[in-house]
Structures are given as C-alpha cells and as structure tokens.
Write a protein that binds this ligand. Structure first.
Ligand SMILES: Cc1ncc(C[n+]2csc(CCOP(=O)(O)OP(=O)(O)O)c2C)c(N)n1
Ligand SMILES: [Mg+2]
Length: 323
C-alpha cells in the first residue's frame, strides 16, 4: 500500500511536534517549576505516531512512565499535559499526578502508571470489557522491554489469548531498563515476540525507527485485531536518546558504548524522514520551517497556560484517596 502525501506529512508533523514539545520540556526543566520526574521519549516518537495514527478516537491506549509521546500521539491535550507537569489544577490529573500519570479520557488515554508492567493487565481488562460489551474498540498497550520481565506480562498474554481479546501489545524495545542492557537481564535465547507465540498470540518485529513501516504494518494488524477479535504483539527495536529519567544526556556514565550510540544516532526517525520527504519533494525546506514555527507557537501558548494556571487547593489532596 502507498502512503498518500497528506498522511506522510501528518506522520512527520506529529513526530516533530512531540520532539519539539519534549525538547522544550528539557530546556525548561532547570527552572525547577516542573517538580515531577520526566522520562522523555526523544528518539522513540515513530512508534507512538505510527501506531496511534491507525487508532480511532474511541480506541484506548494505556502506557507507562515514558508516556508523553503516546499521550500526545493519541490526541491528548498538550495544555492539560503541561498543566500536569507543572503540578497545576488545569493538569489532566488535576496536578496531583505529574508526568507519569497522564490521562485523557476524551482522547482514549486511559492509564499511565509507572509501576513497570502494571498497565499491561489494565489494558487487558479494558479489552475484556470491550469484548463483553460487544464494543468494536481496541486497546493498544505500550510498554518497554523491561516490562516483559514482570509476571503480569505473562498472565496478561495468557488471559488475552484465552478470551480472544482485541488488544495490541506494543513492546518498545530500547534494549535498556534504566542502565541495564537487555543482555544482562534476559537470556540471548529469549525472544519477546516468540513469547507471545507460545501463548498462541501472533507477533511481528518492526523497525521502531521507521515511521512508514510502523504505520503500514500496524494498519493491517489493527484491522485484524478488530475484525477477528484476536490479540497481537508487536516488538519494535528503538533507541532512547536522553537519560533514563530527566532532561539531560547521561552518556558520560559510559553504560552505552560509543559504537552503539553512533550506530543509533544515524537512525533518528525524524531526521531520516525529513530527508526522505525533501528528497522526493513532499516538503520543501521552507514548508518545514513554517511547520516548525506553527508548532513552536502552539507550544509557547501551552507553556504559558500551564505556568499561569493555579495550583490545586489543599482540599484536593484528600479528595481522591480511596484507601
Ligand atoms: C515494578 C517496578 N520495578 C522497578 C521500577 C523502577 N523502574 C522504573 S522505570 C524502569 C525501567 C523500565 O524499563 P523498560 O520497561 O524497558 O522501559 P524504558 O524505561 O526503557 O522505556 C525501572 C526498573 C518500577 N518503577 N516498577
Ligand atoms: Mg527499555
């Protein structure tokens, strides 16, 4: 299938927008007005955009600590996201959650929880509810390679397979869990996508930095998950550009070799796609500059909104404690 010019531009614009928003978060973080930890997705944008462009508004997603890209790609409000990062009452969790608790029910962002692996069963539960209620919606559950080491991953795969649940498991394999490389945590004989097969779930490995591959493959897979009501797992190799948690680069710690870094730095999903769009005359340098300016204006207003918003009243602190 060919991708139309308008979709190509949309895929590029969405990735660029997420990148610019996160770069702005990184540049303002030192002002110490955002008091929550931030796990940036810089380098991993293609996965969020490629998958979410194939989801409908009423489809749901769940995600984890590294959630900004998923939230934005699924249509979550940028103002509410930044309000949340600034701890303001206008935030999507009323300023009580911070970066790792993004939620936007209108956009279908149903949960972001930093307990590693914890949203995999939540997504599975939502998919089960959809099935029982005969809804034609699906769930995409985003998680990292580290989350596949949690027991709930296996339990969720089994349950989803047993009940033929309409859920897409999306594993963003950036090869690291904080500073630990996957080779230190998982046997070289272990394959995340094959684990899904052992539960009777189909799977596919996709290049996590190739936006068109992700978009085209997940289009077919999502149609199948919907029409056949069957789970599917995709595993996407990718690369985290910045430190595990925070706005900086932590390569000085030498936990990733120069060879590894240089290899992945050539694979930036946005720079490479920009080259492609320019080379084949889908976009000119001037049009890209204009796009940048428009996005930057949106970001500027959203940051102003968040900074000017009020902090929550103290009474809210107890209002949402249920146990
Ligand atoms: C149950 C649990 N164990 C440990 C942690 C600490 N922790 C936070 S993020 C993280 C790494 C998770 O790696 P991965 O799932 O690959 O996601 P990535 O950070 O690479 O996006 C760990 C171990 C946690 N939050 N929850
Ligand atoms: Mg990881």
């Amino acid at each position: 299938m060919k991708i139309s010019k308008s979709i190509k531009i949309k895929l590029f614009r969405e990735m660029l927008r997420i990148r610019l928003i996160e770069q702005t978060i990184a540049s303002k973080y030192h002002e110490a007005e955002m008091r929550c930890p931030v796990h940036l997705s810089v380098g991993q944008e293609a996965i969020a955009v490629g998958v979410c462009q194939n989801l409908k508004k009423n489809d749901k997603i769940v995600t984890a600590h590294r959630s900004h890209a998923h939230y934005l790609a699924k249509g979550g409000s940028i103002k509410k996201m930044l309000g949340e990062l600034y701890g303001k009452v206008t935030g999507c969790a009323k300023g009580l959650g911070g970066s790792m608790h993004l939620i936007d029910l209108n956009a279908g962002v149903f949960a972001a929880v930093p307990i590693v692996g914890s949203t995999i069963p939540i997504g599975t539960g939502i998919a089960w509810a959809n099935k029982l209620k005969k809804k034609k919606e699906i769930v995409a559950a985003f998680f990292g390679d580290g989350a596949t080491e949690e027991g709930v991953f296996f339990e969720s795969l089994d349950f989803a397979s047993l009940h033929d649940l309409p859920i897409l498991f999306v594993c963003e394999n950036n090869e690291y869990s904080v500073y630990s490389h996957i080779s230190k945590r998982q046997s070289s004989k272990r394959s995340i996508s094959k684990i899904a097969n052992s539960f009777g779930i189909e799977s596919l490995q996709i290049d996590g930095n190739n936006i068109e591959d992700i978009f085209l493959e997940t289009k077919k897979i999502i149609d199948k998950v919907k029409s056949k009501s069957k789970p599917f797992l995709i595993e996407l190799k990718t690369f985290r550009y910045l430190e595990h948690c925070g706005p900086n680069n932590d390569d000085k710690l030498n936990y990733r070799t120069n060879k590894y870094l240089n290899l992945w730095k050539k694979k930036c999903p946005i720079i490479n796609y920009q080259h492609h769009l320019k080379k084949y005359n889908y976009l000119t340098t001037k049009e890209i500059e204009k796009m940048n300016m428009k996005i930057r204006a949106e970001i500027f207003h959203a940051f102003n909104f968040a900074k000017k918003s009020k902090f929550p009243e103290k009474i809210l602190l107890k209002k949402y404690i249920y146990a």
